[in-house]
Design a protein. Structure first.
Length: 363
């Protein structure tokens, strides 16, 4: 499937970039298979017409590849929504958890997924499966469905099912749980001292229940003392391979959170964090803005894979999981010229009215 270690190293990397147009060098890198796909942020996403044009260019750059690239976004709802109106506006996931209507949550995921698919996306890094147990948490809060782990599981699975029914890959995050931290891993390295019994009763419940229902899971840049006190989950074989793969039986694709976040970058650097993440058992690595760092990381993974057969096997396995997942979903298409009619369909308008999100953009 992959002709070289370099091809495999490119496939596991998903990158971000600045601007609302696809840079020429990035277009070339995508076409050559030097990266597995892109993640888009607000900095890339202007009007929906501009978004549609950008995604057409991404798909055109990859037209000679054997399978689609990752075209991903964080569109959770509430404060984490990279795409604004007139796309479907969802409230924070806590609002859906509070209503506790799993059918409504699934419908929200499905209608959002249809809108994302219409624009040409194939992955939404949502839902959050963290349990909201710490009011002082600076980064999760109302992004979580509930402080009840079983309710989080119910609604996370429902939302993922809705996305999947529209051809969008869902991603449960942040394994094994970011809900009880009091630090933001974008800025620092959080640590949770909880015993394993507590993790089994709270943090792990939604992830365990989601196995078999969510095609990808994203890791947390959090140290869990009871599992591996030496490194954050993203870089820990004890967390990723021993716990998630072996004990919990997860067979989907494991995605690292952004390796540019200070929780890992400030301690291990981006290229070495990437190597450690693959060694731990991750399959897909996010480098969300620094294209030079992504290129350096690809070279680091390639060189290591060429001289170390054990690492090479892990890298090839990770790249193959990526490829198999991307082959398994609808190929998708660039946005059609009449996509706005689908974006503001009667079903979208009705759901916004039901959820109370119609009208001016949410703050």
């Amino acid at each position: 499937m992959f002709h070289s270690v370099a091809d495999a190293a490119g496939q596991v990397l998903v990158g971000g970039f600045a601007g609302k147009e696809l840079p020429f060098d990035l277009s070339q890198a995508l076409g050559r298979g030097e990266m597995g796909g892109v993640i888009l942020f607000k900095r890339n996403l202007g009007t929906l017409e501009e978004v549609a044009t950008l995604i057409r260019s991404i798909r055109a750059a990859c037209r000679d590849r054997e399978f689609a690239p990752w075209i991903a976004v964080d569109q959770e709802g509430g404060r984490v929504a990279r795409l604004g109106p007139p796309l479907l506006r969802l409230p924070p996931m806590r609002a859906l958890g509070d209503r506790d209507d799993a059918d409504l949550t699934e419908r929200a995921g499905r209608i959002l997924g249809q809108s994302l698919a219409t624009l040409g996306f194939n992955c939404n890094f949502a839902p959050v499966l963290d349990v909201d147990t710490n009011p002082q948490n600076p980064v999760i809060g109302d992004r979580a469905f509930s402080s009840d782990p079983h309710r989080v599981a119910t609604h996370g699975i429902a939302f993922a099912k809705g996305l999947g029914s529209a051809g969008i890959l869902a991603c449960g995050k942040h394994f094994p749980g970011h809900g009880d931290t009091d630090l933001d891993s974008h800025l620092a390295l959080p640590r949770l001292p909880h015993a394993m019994e507590r993790l089994e009763e709270v943090e792990l419940v939604p992830f365990r229940k989601a196995i078999g229902h969510v095609p990808t899971l994203m890791t947390a840049h959090v140290v869990f003392d009871a599992i591996d006190p030496s490194v954050p989950a993203t870089l820990s074989r004890a967390v990723i391979t021993d716990l998630l793969r072996t004990r919990m039986g997860y067979k989907g694709v494991i995605v690292s959170d952004d390796l540019e976040m200070k929780a890992v970058r400030d301690h291990w650097g981006i290229p070495d964090s990437a190597l450690r993440a693959i060694d731990a058992g991750c399959d897909t690595l996010l480098v969300c803005s620094d294209m030079a760092a992504l290129a350096e990381t690809r070279e680091h993974l390639t060189r290591t894979g060429e001289r170390d057969s054990t690492f090479r096997a892990k890298l090839l396995r990770a790249a193959t999981r990526n490829a198999e997942l991307l082959r398994s979903i609808p190929a998708g298409a660039a946005p059609g010229r009449d996509f706005m009619e689908q974006i503001r369909s009667p079903e979208v308008v009705e759901l916004e009215a039901e959820l109370g999100t119609a009208g001016p953009p949410m703050a």
